[in-house]
Design a protein around this ligand. Structure first.
Ligand code: SF4
Ligand code: SF4
Length: 315
C-alpha cells in the first residue's frame, strides 16, 4: 500500500456518515408505507406534509400515483399537454442543486450504494465502453418520448385514431416509464407481483407472461452488476438521470479541484478510483465541473482526497 493510499484510508468519514443518514431517512420517508408496516402507525396523518414536499411522494400518494418528475412529464406529453411547469421546476432544481437528489435522496441510488458495499474493490468499464453505455439512458428516454408524443399528436388530430393507438399501446399509454423505471418496478410493480404470488401460492406466475419475466431478470442482473460497478442503473439506464444530466451539466453547484494541491493521476488518482459514476475527474476543468451532468454529488472524491484538493463550489 502506498503512503497516499494509507492516507486516504485514514481520512475521516463525516460526509459518508451524513450521506448514509440522509439516505436512510429519505428511503423511509419516500416509501412511508414501510414505516406504517414496521411501526403499525397510520402515516395518513402526515399526508399534508407529504403532498407539499414533492420528494416525499410515494407510490401510494394519490397525487403522485406512483409517479415522479419524469413520469409526469412523459405522461403529459401523451395527453397532448406540454409540461412547462414541471420541466421548469426540473431545470431550476438541476441548475441549483445539480444531481444532489441522486447522491443523497433517491431510494434506488441508496439501494445500489448498499449493494456496492459487498465488494470493496470495484470494477470500471473501459473509457470507450463507459462512454458508449452512458448514451443508453438517453436513447431509451428519446424512444419513449417519440412513442408517447405520437399518442399526444393523435389525440389532437384524430380522436378515433387516438383511441385505437392507445389501446394498442396498452399499459404503456398510462404509465409510459413504467417498466423502464427501477423505482416504479421495485416500489409499485414488484410488490403487486409478490402479492399475486402470495395469494396464488404459485411462484410460476412469474413466468406466465414474457414481459414480467424478462423485466424481473433484467433488473436482477442490473442489481447484481451494481455490486461490481456502483450505480450501474443510475449511470446507464435511469430516465431521471438522462433528463436531469442535460441540465445539471450547467449547474451552479459543482466540484472544483485545486491543481496546486492535487498530486495527479500517477501519484494518486484516488478520486477517480472511488467515483461511483466513473467520472474522469482529472480530465475535467479544475475551476468547476459536473462530469457532463453525470456527477451525482456523492462527495466521495471530496472525502477521500488525501490532499483536500477537491471542494464543492457554487457559482
Ligand atoms: S484530486 Fe485529490 S484524490 Fe484526486 S488525484 Fe488529486 S490529490 Fe488525488
Ligand atoms: S465526481 Fe465525486 S461527487 Fe461526483 S459522482 Fe464522482 S465521486 Fe461523487
Amino acid at each position: 500500500m502506498t503512503p497516499v493510499d494509507k492516507e486516504h484510508k485514514k481520512r475521516p468519514r463525516y460526509i459518508s456518515i451524513l450521506r448514509v443518514t440522509i439516505q436512510i431517512l429519505s428511503f423511509f420517508l419516500i416509501n412511508y408505507i414501510i414505516i406504517e408496516l414496521i411501526f403499525q402507525i397510520d402515516m395518513d396523518l402526515f399526508e399534508g406534509l407529504i403532498k407539499i414536499l414533492p420528494i416525499l411522494n410515494s407510490p401510494r400518494n394519490p397525487i403522485s400515483n406512483g409517479a415522479g418528475f419524469v413520469e409526469v412529464i412523459v405522461y403529459m406529453i401523451g395527453q397532448a399537454e406540454f409540461p412547462f411547469l414541471i420541466i421548469g421546476v426540473l431545470i431550476l432544481i438541476s441548475l441549483l442543486s445539480s444531481r444532489l437528489f441522486c447522491g443523497f435522496i433517491c431510494p434506488v441510488g441508496s439501494i445500489q450504494d448498499f449493494l456496492s458495499i459487498f465488494r470493496s474493490k470495484k470494477k470500471q468499464f473501459s473509457r470507450k465502453t463507459h462512454k458508449f453505455l452512458t448514451h443508453i439512458k438517453l436513447v431509451i428516454l428519446l424512444i419513449i418520448i417519440i412513442a408517447i408524443m405520437a399518442l399526444g399528436i393523435a389525440k389532437v388530430i384524430s380522436p378515433i385514431f387516438y383511441i385505437d393507438y392507445k389501446n394498442n399501446l396498452g399499459d404503456f399509454a398510462d404509465k409510459p416509464l413504467g417498466y423502464f423505471s427501477l423505482s416504479e418496478y421495485l416500489f409499485v410493480f414488484l410488490p403487486e407481483i409478490i402479492q399475486d404470488i402470495i395469494n396464488s401460492g404459485d411462484i410460476l406466475i412469474l413466468f406466465n407472461d414474457f414481459v414480467t419475466f424478462f423485466i424481473f431478470f433484467f433488473y436482477i442482473i442490473i442489481l447484481i452488476f451494481a455490486v461490481y460497478y456502483p450505480r450501474m442503473y443510475c449511470r446507464y439506464i435511469c430516465p431521471y438521470a438522462a433528463l436531469s444530466s442535460l441540465f445539471s451539466e450547467y449547474s451552479f453547484l459543482k466540484l472544483a479541484r485545486n491543481p496546486v494541491k492535487c498530486a495527479g493521476r500517477k501519484e494518486c488518482g484516488i478520486c477517480e478510483k472511488v467515483c461511483p459514476m466513473q467520472i474522469r475527474i482529472l480530465d475535467e476543468k479544475f475551476e468547476g465541473f459536473t462530469g457532463g451532468g453525470e456527477c451525482i454529488l456523492c462527495l466521495k472524491c471530496v472525502e477521500k482526497c488525501p490532499f483536500n484538493a477537491l471542494k464543492l463550489k457554487f457559482g
